[in-house]
Design a protein around this ligand. Structure first.
Ligand code: PLP
Length: 468
């Protein structure tokens, strides 16, 4: 038995994997990873895979990065963890100072959670609680965009729109208001991104006009709807949204958990709209992909509405056991050092240009509806019919074929439904980008060649995080 098989069998005897129909593993081998280095992951039999999805969008400077490793090693000998209520430590103070300094002016307070979903819960609770504290208890609903994803916990699911969740767990969810997304994939022929995103704002304007008295906040994934298929829109929408939220007295929550830290081409996506949200949620790349940590930044106005004598019971009494973990903060500080010292945002411009040129030919593929890109995220959408942009039935799992082909060729590409995307660590080389483009092209050819006949039950849809 190979070492891979050995670990796979031990794993499958005891583990229940995330976002996985475990029965798939009767056909689909699990890939046990022994070590990582830079963009590469290496399995127990010595085969290497180029991590094109940054291990679920978290890794920015490669696996086993010497600079981040060293910072964590130094920190672990000093202090591994301490309660953050009543106590503090240097890494969390330094990290908070830096986050306040590097985000748009006015985001002056940092509250920590230990993963992205919890960070969304913090923002939702804080917004609702703010309105309660200032005597507006009617403001308790949230406006969200169609096709959005904000995490897996119940309130985070409620403001998301991935149909598996909204269908299966409907009975558990908050009552939210949903507005059509400014996603540019379905824009009318000949229309540009800006014009389309601007036109789509009419739906948001109408919803705010009608419901603002009962709305606490609007929550969006700025510029890229990630788990919803790497769908993209123009920054003008965020600018219009900021103005409208001010006009109607509604908070704006930016979920930059996936897009923060350079993914869209700027450090934060909100910079491209020149705006400051009331809540900025960060996680994923915050620690370079090393340790779970999330930060919810907000304004002094919000903070002051909670600041009072204890007996008024206005405090935000929310906590997570690992809030502000020193090892995670140390990893984050090392990550921010690399951004600064290596002028990463500038250097990424060349890489993102290479991602564009290496995949440009795919736009002519008979089963590719669109090759789209925002900064260091590039997506290729496979469709059954190019002219009408008709999707493949999800049951055909075309993306899974690309995934399997890529594994064979030594790349980790994990499509979202029929959307093949690159979201690589920023330490990828131009040659490695060319290799990914080659593997993706082959995979797309294979996946779209066959006409698959599968039974298509009506109603159900795919979970976008699934490779299928
Ligand atoms: C991944 C993600 C989350 C959830 O973060 P977790 O750490 O997986 O809980 C929330 N919002 C967006 C936009 C994400 O991509």
């Amino acid at each position: 038995m190979s070492l891979n098989d050995h670990w796979m069998q031990r794993d499958l005897a005891v583990l229940w994997h995330p976002c996985t129909q475990m029965k798939d593993h009767e056909q689909l081998p699990l890939v046990p990873i022994k070590r990582g280095e830079g963009v590469w992951l290496e399995d127990f039999d010595g085969k290497r895979y180029l991590d094109a999805v940054s291990s679920w969008w978290v890794n920015v400077f490669g696996h086993a990065n010497p600079r981040i490793n060293q910072r964590i090693k130094d920190q672990v000998d000093q202090l591994e963890h301490v309660i953050l209520a009543g106590f503090s430590h240097a890494p969390v103070v330094e990290l908070s100072e830096r986050l306040v300094r590097m985000t748009p002016a006015g985001l002056d307070r940092v509250f920590y959670a230990d993963n992205g979903s919890s960070c969304i819960e913090v923002a939702l609770k804080m917004s609702f609680h703010y309105w309660l504290n200032v005597g507006q208890p009617a403001k308790k609903r949230f406006i969200t965009l169609s096709n959005s994803y904000h995490g897996e916990t119940v309130a985070a699911m409620s403001v998301g729109d991935v149909s598996l969740f909204t269908d299966t767990y409907k009975a558990l969810l908050l009552d939210t208001l949903k507005v059509p997304s400014p996603d540019c994939f379905y824009r009318p022929e000949g229309m540009g991104w800006e014009e389309h995103s601007r036109a789509m704002f009419a739906h948001m304007e109408q919803c705010l006009a009608e419901h603002h008295r009962e709305v606490a906040a609007v929550i969006v994934e700025p510029l890229i709807q990630g788990a919803g298929g790497m769908r993209m829109y123009h920054p003008i929408y965020l600018k219009l949204l900021r103005e409208a939220c001010d006009r109607y007295g509604v908070h704006l929550i930016h979920d930059e958990i996936a897009v923060g830290f350079g993914r869209t081409g700027t450090m934060f996506a909100c910079e491209q709209a020149g705006i400051r949200p009331d809540f900025l949620c960060l996680s994923k790349a915050l620690t370079g992909g090393y340790l779970p940590l999330a930060a919810c930044l907000t304004t002094d106005t919000i903070y002051q509405a909670f600041y009072d004598d204890y007996s008024t019971l206005r405090a935000f009494l929310h906590s997570h056991s690992y809030t502000g973990n020193p090892l995670a903060c140390a990893a984050a500080l090392a990550t921010l050092d690399i951004f600064e010292q290596d002028d990463v945002i500038e250097a990424n411009k060349q890489l993102s240009a290479r991602m564009a040129s290496a995949t440009a030919h795919l736009a002519d593929h008979p089963h590719v509806a669109e090759v789209r890109q925002t900064g260091m995220a590039l997506a290729v959408e496979m469709v059954q019919d190019k002219a009408s942009k008709t999707a493949y039935p999800w049951q055909e799992r075309r993306g899974l074929k690309v995934y399997q082909h890529a594994l064979q060729r030594g790349a980790l590409l994990r499509p979202l439904g029929s959307v093949v995307y690159f979201l690589p660590p920023y330490v990828i080389t131009p040659e490695q980008i060319d290799f990914l483009a080659e593997v993706a092209s082959e995979g797309i050819d294979i996946a779209t060649r066959e006409s698959l006949s599968v039974a298509v039950p009506s109603g159900a849809r795919v979970d976008f995080r699934d490779p299928g």
